[in-house]
Design a protein around this ligand. Structure first.
Ligand code: SF4
Length: 695
């Protein structure tokens, strides 16, 4: 790397949960050079196409530069005064549960902490939820049921030390590309076997040893069959099972299930079970194909059951590994950004935990029950129960299921505030108050990636116009609402120290998330902080969890759960004969607010499309590249047909990125019904039913 007037600064990529380190060199004119950080443990210098194109996305195009009230530019004083007044008045008239925050895995941990503290500790409601509900909520529920806490047991290194890696509902090659590169490098070096379990043949299947194209939503039945095979094959770890409860019930449920619903042949299932059983070092990676399901939590527990029954957890090269979508989905979970959690993995329903957090915050009011989860929060905005809503760094008018209804609900809400880097999203257009937020490269804080590594994001560019960091905006609203010194922060380092101190209290309750070893960082230490895997506490530092058989339920034991296959909620019928799967493409991110600015990224797949099997295309009279109308009971989209046998007959696939701004009729989540997993509240985004016809 050549030298330059400006030094390089270590930061973290703002896209997926791999959490790659980047080195940023500003050019002094608002631009940047970006390269992979060879010292970061997540990527060791690698970047994928999205990370490599970051420099193309930091210009002023589309940026929101000043606060706006009802479309009129104004100053911070008027905008924040209005926000604080309207929230305070609404709470005074209708109670704390009449307001809500809908936040994002794009927030830095310090921003998230302040939003959570303001809502749960001072407003006194748990009506704060996050777009991580669409991403990881089923994993959180599955982890908590099995382990007692939302703990990721393993690390990325396990992928490289495994002899078998099973990828379930994960197009790792496109959605977590650097992790996939690490897996492929390990495979080359040690001959790792790779099995992909996915209804669709994706780029991840290229070169895999097996692709099990199971019927959508049938993962529980497959892993139940595996549990039976492990039992019948004598592959259980009986010593490890003494650290668990529930095995007999889980096995009974597994015996009662029918692997025939997977649509896989007996030979395929047997081959998979033999491979799993015969390999000690197995890592099961799972992602949105597991989570985004009306039985997502049960899918997670079906996977965890197999790892717990064989003791293949928390040891080098062994264990379940959920890979998160967003850069700080994990940080949001840790900080209590979900409506059913408290900060630092403490439980909202536990009175002792509530009192501990209340006392620490010196909070006037703490909710005793979970708040509204994402789908219910927007329903409540639509029917008038939520009267003031603050949406931060996310675009639910596009990304929520039943997106047309969500768009209408936001429009119907009496008072809506949107903080974002742009005012040009479908959601921002509906706001009463628009607040310009600082973006990636312009703000300081931390994020946590999928293997519990906390990394710094660092500011190297000036925030344009009036844009400010989210923690500052939230804290000022807290002060203006009358909560005074509790929101009197000068720097994100101060917030981080408070958060790390609180985690020490969580540690005293025997919780997993303890970073109290970082509570005394000076501003300079925080500034120089290297990537650090939690826990960071006197008792424990980094590494893996559970290999020693010690779990976080009160009795110290893990739980195996009895789970049974449940078909997706929406049923195909003559009117809606196709099952619609949704997902990402390699070079776009979320609703394209940032990646859409890069011509290079947009060249990969330039427009929204529908993958359809050749037999189905023929039967519908659809030719390659035709425009097709896709209709569900909830909405409609117009897409370009891509005829491919990557999808099975009766199934179609469409990406979820395009918005009303980029392609008016391609808002895919408008087609998705607002059906959720009953345990996690996560929507079923991959199993809608649709009709497809030539446009
Ligand atoms: Fe960024 Fe994820 Fe790509 Fe890494 S793999 S560069 S974190 S998008």
């Amino acid at each position: 790397m050549d030298g330059g007037a400006f030094p390089e600064t270590c930061s973290t990529c703002p896209y997926c949960g791999v959490g790659c380190g980047v080195l940023l060199r500003p050019d002094g004119k608002g631009g940047l050079a970006v390269r992979g950080d060879p010292t970061h443990p997540a990527n060791r210098g690698r970047l994928c196409s999205k990370g490599s194109a970051l420099a193309e996305t930091v210009g002023l195009e589309g940026r929101l530069l000043a606060p706006r009230v009802h479309g009129r530019e104004t100053g911070w004083d008027e905008a924040l005064g209005l926000v604080a007044d309207r929230f305070r008045e609404t709470i005074a008239q209708h109670g704390p549960d009449s307001v809500g925050f809908y936040v994002s895995g794009q927030l830095l941990t310090e921003d998230y902490y302040i939003a959570n503290k303001l809502m749960k500790g001072f407003i006194g409601s748990a009506n704060i939820d996050t777009n991580s509900r669409l991403c990881m909520a089923s994993t959180v529920a599955g982890h908590r049921r099995a382990f007692g806490t939302d703990t990721v047991p393993g690390t990325y290194e396990d992928l490289e030390e495994a002899d078998l890696v099973v990828l379930v509902g994960s197009n790792l090659a496109w959605c977590h590309p650097v992790l996939h590169q690490r897996l492929l490098a390990a495979r080359k070096a040690r001959g790792t076997k790779v099995v992909v379990i996915d209804p669709r043949r994706t780029a991840t299947c290229d070169g895999a040893d097996m692709h099990l194209a199971l019927a959508p939503g049938s993962d529980v039945a497959l892993f139940n069959r595996l549990l039976v095979a492990l039992y019948e094959g004598g592959a259980l770890d009986k010593a490890f099972l003494r650290n668990t409860e529930g095995f007999d019930a889980a096995l009974k449920a597994a015996f009662a299930d029918d692997a025939g619903v997977t649509g896989l042949s007996e030979a395929e299932i047997e081959k998979f079970c033999r491979l799993w059983m015969g390999t000690e070092k197995v890592v099961t990676v799972f992602s949105q194909g597991v989570n985004q399901s009306s039985s997502g939590s049960d899918k997670v527990n079906a996977i965890l059951n197999c790892h717990l029954a064989t003791g293949r957890i928390g040891k080098p090269g062994m264990g379940p590994l959920s890979v998160t979508g967003q850069p700080n989905a994990m940080g949001g979970r840790e900080v209590g950004g979900l409506a059913n959690m408290l900060a630092c993995h403490l439980d909202l329903e536990n009175p002792d935990h509530r009192v501990a957090v209340r006392d620490f915050w010196q909070a006037p009011a703490m909710p005793e029950a979970p708040g509204l989860k994402a789908v219910d929060m927007f329903r409540a905005a639509g029917d008038g129960r939520i009267k003031a809503l603050w949406i931060i760094h996310t675009n639910p008018a596009v990304s929520m299921p039943d997106a047309d209804a969500v768009r209408d609900a936001i429009g119907a809400c009496a008072f809506t505030v949107v903080s974002d880097i742009t005012g040009a999203t479908d959601t921002a257009r509906l706001a009463d108050v628009l607040l310009p937020a600082a973006g990636w490269g312009e703000k300081d804080g931390t994020v946590t990636n999928s293997d519990r590594t906390i990394s710094r994001q660092r500011a190297v560019l000036s925030a344009p116009g009036e844009a400010r960091p989210d923690w500052e905006i939230l804290a000022e609203v807290g002060r203006r609402m009358g909560y005074g010194r509790a929101f009197d922060y000068a720097t994100p380092a101060e917030i981080f120290r408070e958060y790390a101190t609180l985690s020490g209290i969580a540690g005293r309750f025997g919780r997993d998330f303890d970073i109290s070893g970082l509570a005394a960082l000076s501003d300079a230490d925080y500034d120089a902080m290297l990537p650090t895997r939690w826990p960071v506490a006197a008792k424990r530092q980094g590494g893996r969890f559970f290999g020693d058989g010690d779990f976080f339920h009160a009795d110290g034991k893990a739980r195996l759960l009895p789970v049974a296959h449940r078909a997706p909620a929406a049923k195909t019928a003559p009117r809606f004969p196709f099952r619609l799967n949704t997902g990402r493409v390699r070079d776009q991110w979320h609703t394209m607010t940032r990646t859409g600015l890069s011509p290079r990224l947009s060249a990969h797949l330039a427009e929204p499309f529908l993958e359809i099997h050749p037999d189905d295309a023929r039967a519908q009279g659809i030719e390659a590249a035709d425009l097709v109308t896709v209709t569900s009971p909830n909405g409609r989209a117009i897409l370009r047909a891509r005829i491919t046998d990557a999808v099975k007959p009766g199934q179609v696939f469409a990406p979820m990125h395009w918005t009303g701004e980029t392609a008016p009729s391609a808002r895919i989540d408008a087609l998705v019904p607002p059906v959720v997993d009953p345990v996690s509240g996560q929507p079923e985004s991959k199993a809608s039913v649709v009709a497809v016809a030539p446009f």
